[in-house]
Ligand binder design. Structure first.
Ligand SMILES: Cc1ncc(C[n+]2csc(CCOP(=O)(O)OP(=O)(O)O)c2C)c(N)n1
Ligand SMILES: [Mg+2]
Length: 378
């Protein structure tokens, strides 16, 4: 009897290794990658945009304008590289730390800021149970409970397969999320039914204060896929070209009916878990410094310059162009009015039932009375 039937699925080398295209200093590891120049420059630009926007969200939280932010710094390559492998009609099921992925899907800085500041244009109308998402770009809102998005992505992929739609779903989740049942149920289901889904694990070494070695005794996260019949590929998550290359292969595999892939993108969260966290309480400075040296933007910049696709001057211009554009967007969004209070009763049912209609009437009456009394609503 043949055991599992596929040598590819059992490819332990890929699940235990670390695929790289450029090294930590931006030098090609094994020959020049054969990707179009424009794509390489786009990868870098998306990462710059994600880095600048991330910095603003942090500042806006400190200014009391954003409730909470999960910093992305250091993880831009995984989010940007993986999502660039998708097509417009595919669906993304992100977590809360993938600004770059939202940008690649087409969401603008303005839309992301509208969400974070819950302005009148917030695409999720103030919902507290979701983080980022946008129907227009096939981005399903990231749920607050970690890993819930994994079975969602599997279910959507299976539905597409049953309906004959040639779409692929991609989901992001952290290392800590692999300890939840949703990860295991999701992978098992996807493996059995060959769901067209790409699992992207952002292994950033920490789940708040829990280090990877307390999360699992397995040598890698990627190896976990093998037991479910899902190929696992471990990739340098700070090498945007490497992430894109393996994601493109996984997306093609899914689209051609061969089933799911688990990608482990090895990366590092350089900032705090969220704006409510102090990482100096649980990890040393040395470790952070070590990973700062490996951060994805510096190495891609070095690679592009050494390949002659970018000059030092062009690089500076690119940064200042986006710094200016994003600052202008922040100013614009800060001036927008907040969501009206009525949204708390909207979007629950397509047609509101009698009790919600009654509550809406009462709410409007209260708002009117408060206004009459000259009391401002925040
Ligand atoms: C089911 C559930 N348990 C606990 C939490 C609280 N929580 C939020 S983020 C987080 C850590 C997640 O770590 P990881 O999956 O590695 O993602 P990272 O934050 O590192 O990107 C925890 C425990 C939660 N949101 N949901
Ligand atoms: Mg983590």
């Amino acid at each position: 009897m043949e055991v599992l039937g596929s040598r590819d699925i059992l490819n332990l080398d890929r699940a235990l290794g670390l695929y790289r295209v450029i090294d930590e200093d931006g030098n090609p590891v094994a020959g020049e990658p054969s990707l179009p120049d424009k794509l390489l420059l786009d990868m870098y630009t998306y990462m710059i945009r994600a880095r600048i926007l991330d910095g603003w969200l942090l500042k806006l939280q400190r200014m009391g304008r954003v409730a909470l932010h999960a910093p992305n710094k250091g993880q831009e390559a995984s989010a940007v590289g993986a999502t660039l492998a998708l097509k417009r009609e595919d669906w993304l099921f992100p977590s809360y730390r993938e600004l770059g992925a939202l940008l690649v899907r087409g969401m603008t800085e303005e839309e992301i800021l509208d969400r974070a500041l819950t302005t009148i244009d917030d695409p999720l109308k103030g919902s507290d149970f979701a983080i980022y998402g946008h129907r227009k770009y096939n981005i399903v809102p990231a749920p607050v409970p970690v890993a819930n998005q994994i079975p969602h992505a599997v279910g959507a992929a299976l539905a597409a397969k049953i309906m004959g739609d040639k779409i692929v779903t991609m989901t992001f989740f952290g290392d800590g999320s692999t300890s939840r049942g949703d990860f295991h149920a999701g992978l098992n289901f996807a493996g059995v039914f060959k769901a067209p889904v790409v699992f992207v694990n952002q292994n950033n070494q920490w789940a708040i204060s829990v280090p990877l070695k307390r999360q699992t005794a397995a040598p890698t996260i990627a190896v976990k896929g093998i037991a479910y019949g899902v190929p696992g590929i471990r990739v340098d998550g700070n090498d945007v070209i490497a992430v894109y290359t393996v994601a493109r292969e996984a997306v093609e595999r899914a689209r051609s009916g061969e089933g799911p892939t688990l990608i482990e993108a090895v990366t590092y969260r350089l900032g705090p878990h969220t704006t409510a966290d102090d990482p100096t309480r649980y990890r040393g400075e040395e470790e952070v410094k070590e990973w700062e040296r490996r951060e994805p933007l510096r190495r891609m910049r070095r690679y592009l310059i050494s390949r002659g696709l970018l000059t030092e001057e062009e690089d500076k211009a690119l940064w200042s162009e986006w710094e200016k554009r994003i600052e202008e967007t922040v100013v614009k969004v800060l001036e927008k009015p907040p969501l009206p209070p009525e949204v708390i009763l909207e979007d629950v049912y397509e047609e509101p039932p009698w009790n919600l209609k009654e509550q809406m009437k009462e709410l409007r009456e209260s708002i009117r009375l408060l206004k009459e009394l000259g009391i401002e609503l925040e």
